[in-house]
Design a protein around this ligand. Structure first.
Ligand code: ANZ
Length: 957
């Protein structure tokens, strides 16, 4: 027990590995590594081209999702991924790679800004303080980062290039024929030369500057538009679809979100929908994340079909054109622009009462229903369980396959933003249409043969019959019949028919929407955009970047009335007249002119869309990244046809936000020739979460976890019994444990080992401070196997290890190597522990080669103690760049295996042989065995079947 009692331990063993020793070693080596530049990763050229020897090695680019510098600092849950990538990076360094591993800060964002609104303190001040605090917390963990490459997204040197990229995107369009982004100037040239027709039919020359700007706005990859947006008064800003939860609230802060019409910047990410989908196939990402991206992009193959009405047509988007004969009514989104056009002055004769909603005229009914729909979010409108509401418009359209007149409704379950905002309703085979048809007493017609016993009379059904694998019935018109076809054939047949008639076509529809890219906030990148006197947007030339954030008095956005279409939010930047109204010479030949700056800022996702590129060449003032340097670290290569970071580790919550946006920016930059890698992250890995116990009192409030007493399996706080549950770790749940606390009690190496040993990296696990000591003991035993605790002398001997020790060593080397390569850090630690225990049990002084290998094995996991022991073993260069041990295969295999020898199919002998034995050798040994000789009894041998090392089958003549 003395090892847990520091007081006696120090007397008996003054050179024992203790928290104090760990603290001293760790601080010393961290200082050394910093001063030495041990983790510097050289570039092939430029200011970081300082080690051609290392550059010549194969590269590995290992990256973490960088943190938002929260004022609360880190708890022990945060660094899980950072430690894992550090272990992996160290292992890669020791296996002959030039390893780039660094960490920056994603530092624009709402918390610092909310704080600024409340206190008036500049968000830069709080953000920088938080960064410095985090840096010192992280430094203590001994992470081997190349610190020369670190930056924060709020650094003007960095956001200069975020703005520059915005300018490139603004000045590009997507060429559907070439399937790539091209400079907008090429499009202008095509319009000018007449090679491409100008939409609207006029010639380019005949258009005014404003008209030209409008035309180009329809093509630019970054464009401003008046569109219904997600307006969040609680945050005073609009939000991207990806930032709105399934219940129609803001992901951050959980405030309600409303639809409002506002002029906003958007990114035309939809142009890339197909490529974003296709390229997923080449990426080494968790299937779950790929699936989330596929669903978010939501590719649907279907058809557009025109339903004639009053000499015009309502176009619907359907994925079930095979069910056209079952369409018994139509529905338009309430906001659909054609609604007024076809709405008659009075209800047609005999209009069903339930269709009118009790209104005197169609116009009244439509107006009342629109007002009701506007107050709901898209998500509420689409909820499956919700009662179906709607109202008849008074109009009828023609079903083109059978000439039937079918009523046209408006209903909020049809959304304006998807497809064409209009549907044909097939109540027999769509659950929502079924519910609506029942509520409005509309006909339900079966056109897909049910595979159950409900029969084909749909008026008797309780629900819709939905199947993609059934026969079409009741579907024949004058010149087309689908009867008897399967769903797929019927789709093809009817699509062809529609196309021939010129009333429809096969089409692909995406769920993905363009990315809403402006925010009405202060703490973000200003847009590099100014408006001239005609209101035309111009991008700033590179020489005017970075456009820095102005100082303001008041950081708060002023909200506006979301019901009033004419008001818009007042952004913090707009209040600063001196900054907003400027005279500039944009270098476009028009000379100095007055302009008004864009006063929105970019969303906090902008900075993380390209940071993997800036780490590569962080000080380049000419380019965002030098092409040769980008090619070296990220360029396409065997097995990585789209290039990208070799390993990117972070949480699964970024599946459709950051990870989709970053892929999009990479593709644009790739198309424009700025980078060689169309994908940013080749391999993605999601680490699990470190969870923690939460203790709640009788009112359900969390009480401090550190003050809990456990008695007989029950938990008490100040004598009161409390409930324990597993939850997140954090200040609000009063269960946060800081890395400093653990470092103080045991040292950073112990903390690192504990986090890696807790379980497989991708699995969530509960933190248990009491279990940390297990890893501390491992390090103490490791130390004791090399250093005499009484004298501090190194105890290893220059002797050959015995056979069992050699076997234990090489098995460990082999296993640890494979585990580290496969990110199985918990099992790697188990193997190191086993070897260390073997040496402890052996009791004798450890042979030098074994001790050295052991130190090298643990070096990626516990780098400080490894560096210290390595030096104590007499080495003068760092353990960081040593070669990782390689197992000798002779000692890795099990000593012997049992070989069964059969004669005439019966087992006659069992032999202990080497697993590496050859077929020939095994045959000889088998035939020489006494029992086999006896069984054969001199008979001639017809055949010997050998399956080394496990089986020999002898067939006598
Ligand atoms: C007729 C039909 C029959 C449909 C049937 C489905 C089943 P996905 O797969 O998500 O693309 N739809 C089209 N536009 C819509 C809109 N703006 N708002 C709400 N619903 C809309 O879904 C495509 C299907 O969703 C389309 O196919 C259409 O209903 C509906 F047995 O058309 B379907």
């Amino acid at each position: 027990m003395s090892e847990t009692n520091p007081a006696t331990a120090e007397v008996a063993a003054p050179h024992r590995y203790t928290a104090a020793v760990a603290a001293e070693i760790e601080a010393r080596w961290q200082d050394f590594w910093d001063a030495d530049g041990t983790y510097a990763a050289p570039n092939p050229k430029g200011d970081l081209a300082d080690d051609p020897g290392l550059v010549a090695k194969p590269k590995k680019y290992i990256m973490d999702m960088f943190p938002y510098p929260s004022g609360a600092g880190l708890h022990v849950g945060h660094p899980l991924g950072y430690i894992a990538t550090d272990v992996f990076a160290r292992f890669q360094r020791m296996t002959g790679h030039n390893v780039l591993h660094t960490l920056g800060f994603d530092a624009f964002g709402l918390p610092a800004e909310q704080h600024a609104v409340q206190t008036g303190e500049h968000p830069r001040v709080t953000t920088e303080a938080a960064i410095n605090n985090m840096k010192s917390q992280l430094r203590r963990l001994g992470l081997g980062h190349d610190k020369r490459r670190s930056f924060a997204t709020i650094d003007p040197d960095y956001y200069k290039w975020t703005q520059w990229i915005f300018v490139q995107i603004f000045n590009s369009w997507y060429d559907d024929e070439a399937k790539q982004a091209r400079p907008i100037s090429e499009l202008v040239a095509r319009f000018e030369s007449g090679e491409r027709a100008v939409p609207g039919g006029r010639s380019w020359d005949a258009l005014s500057a404003a008209e030209r700007a409008d035309v180009l706005g329809e093509y630019r990859l970054a464009y401003a538009s008046d569109a219904p947006v997600n307006w969040c008064p609680g945050l005073g800003t609009v939000l991207a679809n990806e930032e709105v939860t399934a219940d129609g609230r803001s992901e951050r802060g959980n405030f309600p979100v409303f639809k409002a019409k506002l002029r906003q910047w958007n990114m035309r990410i939809t142009a890339y929908a197909d490529r974003l989908l296709d390229d997923l196939n080449e990426l080494d990402w968790p299937e779950a994340i790929k699936l989330q991206q596929r669903n978010w992009i939501g590719r649907s193959e279907g058809a557009r079909v025109d339903f004639p009405i009053d000499g015009e047509a309502i176009t619907v988007f359907t994925t079930r054109q095979d069910t056209l004969f079952g369409a018994t009514y139509m529905v338009l989104a309430p906001e659909h622009p054609l609604v007024e056009k076809f709405t008659p002055a009075a209800w047609p004769e005999g209009t069903h009462d339930v269709w009118t909603g009790g209104h005197a005229t169609p116009a009244e009914a439509v107006a009342a229903y629109r007002a009701q729909a506007a107050s709901k979010s898209d998500v509420e409108r689409q909820a499956e369980a919700k009662d179906k509401t709607g109202v008849f418009t008074g109009a009828f359209a023609t079903n083109p396959v059978n000439g039937e007149q079918i009523p046209v409704f408006i209903a909020d379950y049809v959304l304006m933003g998807y497809g064409t905002g209009a549907i044909m309703a097939v109540p027999a085979h769509d659950a929502r249409d079924f519910a609506f048809a029942r509520a409005f007493e509309l006909p339900i017609r079966c056109v897909v043969e049910p595979s159950d016993d409900r029969g084909t009379d749909a008026s008797t059904w309780d629900d819709a019959f939905v199947s993609y694998d059934a026969k079409i019935v009741n579907s024949h018109g004058e010149d087309v019949s689908l009867d008897g076809l399967g769903v797929t054939e019927a789709k093809a047949r009817i699509t062809e028919w529609l196309q021939d008639k010129g009333i429809g076509e096969g089409t692909v529809n995406f769920r993905l929407r363009d990315w809403l890219f402006s925010r009405q906030r202060y703490w973000g990148e200003p847009f590099p955009i100014v408006y001239d006197e005609d209101g035309i947007a111009h991008s700033l030339p590179e020489s005017m970047l970075p456009l820095e954030l102005p100082e303001v008095e008041d950081y708060s956005p002023r909200t506006f009335d979301p019901d009033d279409a004419d008001t818009s939010p007042e952004t913090p930047l707009s209040r600063n007249q001196d900054w907003v109204d400027v005279t500039l010479d944009l270098g476009d030949g028009r000379g100095p002119r007055p302009y008004r700056r864009e006063t929105n800022t970019m969303p906090n996702w902008a900075g993380s869309c390209w940071y993997e590129l800036r780490y590569l060449d962080p000080h380049n003032s000419e380019k965002l990244v030098d092409p040769e340097i980008e090619q070296y670290w990220m360029g396409p290569r065997a097995g990585q046809p789209h290039g990208g970071v070799d390993l990117y580790v972070g949480g699964a919550e970024h599946a459709v936000l950051h990870l989709l946006y970053a892929r999009f920016w990479s593709k644009v930059l790739y198309d424009l020739g700025h980078i060689s890698s169309p994908e940013p992250f080749h391999k993605l890995y999601n680490q699990g979460m470190i969870q923690a116990f939460v203790y709640r009192d009788s009112r359900g409030f969390p009480v401090p976890a550190a003050e809990i007493e456990e008695r007989d399996g029950a938990f008490f706080h100040n004598g009161e019994q409390v409930k324990r549950e597993l939850g997140k770790m954090g200040k609000s749940l009063k269960n946060a444990v800081t890395p400093e606390a653990i470092c103080e009690e045991y040292g950073a190496d112990t903390l690192r080992l504990y986090e890696m040993a807790m379980g497989p990296l991708d699995v969530s696990r509960p933190w248990d401070t009491r279990a940390v000591v297990g890893q501390y003991r491992l390090l103490q035993r490791l130390w004791r196997n090399v250093v005499d605790e009484a004298t501090g002398e190194v105890t290893v001997v220059d002797a050959e290890p015995d056979e069992t020790t050699l076997r234990a060593l090489h098995k460990a080397i082999d296993g640890v190597r494979q585990d580290l390569e496969g990110l199985r850090f918990n099992t790697a630690i188990a193997k190191v522990t086993e070897l260390n225990n073997h040496l402890t049990k052996a009791g004798a002084a450890v042979p030098r080669p074994v001790a050295e290998s052991l130190v090298l094995l643990i070096a990626p996991l516990a780098p400080h103690i490894a560096e210290e022991l390595w030096r104590k073993l007499g080495h003068t260069d760092s353990v960081v760049h040593q070669d990782f041990p390689v197992a000798d295969p002779r000692y890795v295999v099990d000593e012997t295996v049992t070989c069964v020898v059969q004669v005439k199919g019966k087992v006659k002998a069992r032999l202990e042989v080497s697993p590496a034995i050859s077929d020939d050798e095994l045959e000889k040994v088998a035939l020489a065995d006494e029992k086999v000789v006896a069984a054969l009894d001199g008979a001639d041998i017809r055949k010997v079947i050998v399956r080394a090392p496990k089986l020999v089958n002898i067939v006598p003549a």
